[in-house]
Design a protein. Structure first.
Length: 391
């Protein structure tokens, strides 16, 4: 095994920051009270949760901390937004609009609602993975209650026209939810400008702990709970709060807000340096995703004539971690629904690899990958019958 390790799978998850861990540790040791308890032990935990709520609200640009509800992560936030809003508005209509390239947390929440009698329109995307705001406008009917379109795609990084979609939804009196799990910390935005009524985020994508996230619920938005029980989280999400996790999310949010401008600049520079190196050393490659409207850290490359899985395994032998798509769908061997949704044929979709950079990556890391990758591609192509035919 190679001694060097280069982690380029930051869209799957990130390494927790030291400062975040430090902030969390006391809540695993001495500060163990239940935040709902009235005694001192509980009150200290409550204060910590309230602080984290402020930190997350500030990162997202919410009008008030009370618009933030803590959850177990992006998946729960997506389910809460979609099922909760649909249930609350059932009397008004049963139609939901989403796109074909959403994360499985959104797609499967929509499918679950279809089984319950909702009707769902899946709008297509163009070759760069962009939803056309006009398609949303046309799809809205008097039965539509919710539009859910991701802020940025996890596989190709394409950033959707969320502000335009937000405006359309507002004009038509329809709720707008955006899954911003990949955008938070990588895109500078303010939820009020986006015009979202509901927004999902997750701590482990922003150098925080796994298993904790948040949902922004704009004041006045009608939403039913999906988790029933006690009066936690302003009666919206029952269950004893994960105090340490929430404190970690708050700290990660505070750091993300402080550092985002420099972080975005650095990631983009390194990502573009990487791609330049790839195209100047490897023939028959294509960039998947929008060349401009894209997350600063994400590079999804199609290597013609190859299987992404074998590239990943060979990179792994060199200590390099990348992925063929979303961590939630890898292992299925199906071509990515995101890439096929963009009109890429199944064979080219299978030969695509996602490299997602993070704050720990250096130019030396990228140089190491740029030295390892071309011979891997060359070797695999020489073994590929598709390559022989295509030559
Ligand atoms: N939505 C998007 C766009 C994601 O990338 C992910 C994670 O991969 C999720 C939702 C799910 O978030 P979590 O892992 O916190 O459940």
């Amino acid at each position: 095994m190679n001694a060097r390790k280069v982690y380029l799978d930051n869209n799957a998850t990130t390494r927790m920051r030291e400062e975040v861990l430090e902030a969390m540790l006391p809540y695993y040791k001495d500060i163990y009270g239940n935040a709902s308890s009235v005694h001192q032990f509980g009150r200290v935990a409550r204060v910590a949760i309230d602080k984290a709520r402020e930190q997350v609200a500030s990162l997202l640009g919410a009008s008030a901390a009370e618009e933030i509800i803590f959850t177990s992560g992006g998946t729960e936030s997506d389910n809460f937004a979609i099922k909760g809003a649909s249930h609350a508005l059932r009397h008004r209509g049963n139609h939901i609009i989403t796109s074909t390239i959403e994360h499985s947390a959104v797609l499967n929440a929509c499918r679950a609602l279809e089984k319950d009698g909702s009707s769902v329109t899946y709008v297509p995307v163009d070759g760069n993975g962009l939803v056309k705001a006009d398609d949303i406008r046309k799809a809205i009917s008097d039965k539509t209650v919710l539009v859910t379109i991701m802020y940025a795609n996890n596989e190709v990084g394409t950033i959707e026209p969320v502000e335009e979609i937000g405006r359309i939804c507002k004009e038509r009196g329809v709720y707008f939810h955006t899954d911003a799990v990949q955008a938070v910390g990588k895109v500078i935005f303010d939820v009020k400008t986006v015009g979202a009524d509901l927004l999902s985020m997750s701590a482990h994508k922003i150098y925080g702990p796994k298993g904790v996230g948040a949902i922004y619920i704009k004041k006045g938005t009608k939403i039913d709970s999906i988790m029933h029980g006690g009066h936690h989280e302003m009666n919206k999400r029952a269950g004893t709060e994960n105090v340490a996790g929430i404190v970690g999310l708050g700290k990660a949010a505070e750091l993300a807000k402080k550092e985002i401008v420099e972080e975005v600049r650095k990631l983009k520079e390194l990502r573009d340096y990487f791609y330049k190196g790839v195209i100047s050393n490897i023939p028959h490659v294509r960039l998947n995703g929008d060349p401009e409207k894209r997350l600063p850290n994400t590079l999804n490359v199609g290597f013609k004539y190859l299987e992404g899985e074998s590239i990943i395994l060979n990179l792994d032998l060199e200590g390099i971690a990348a992925s063929t798509g979303s961590a939630c769908t890898s292992g299925t061997l199906e071509p990515s629904h995101v890439l096929t949704g963009m009109g890429i044929d199944a064979a080219d979709a299978q030969g695509s690899v996602r490299f997602s950079l993070g704050r720990d990556n250096t130019k030396e890391d990228i140089d190491y990958v740029l030295a390892a990758l071309p011979p891997i591609i060359q070797r695999l192509r020489e073994m590929s019958p598709l390559y022989e035919k295509g030559k």
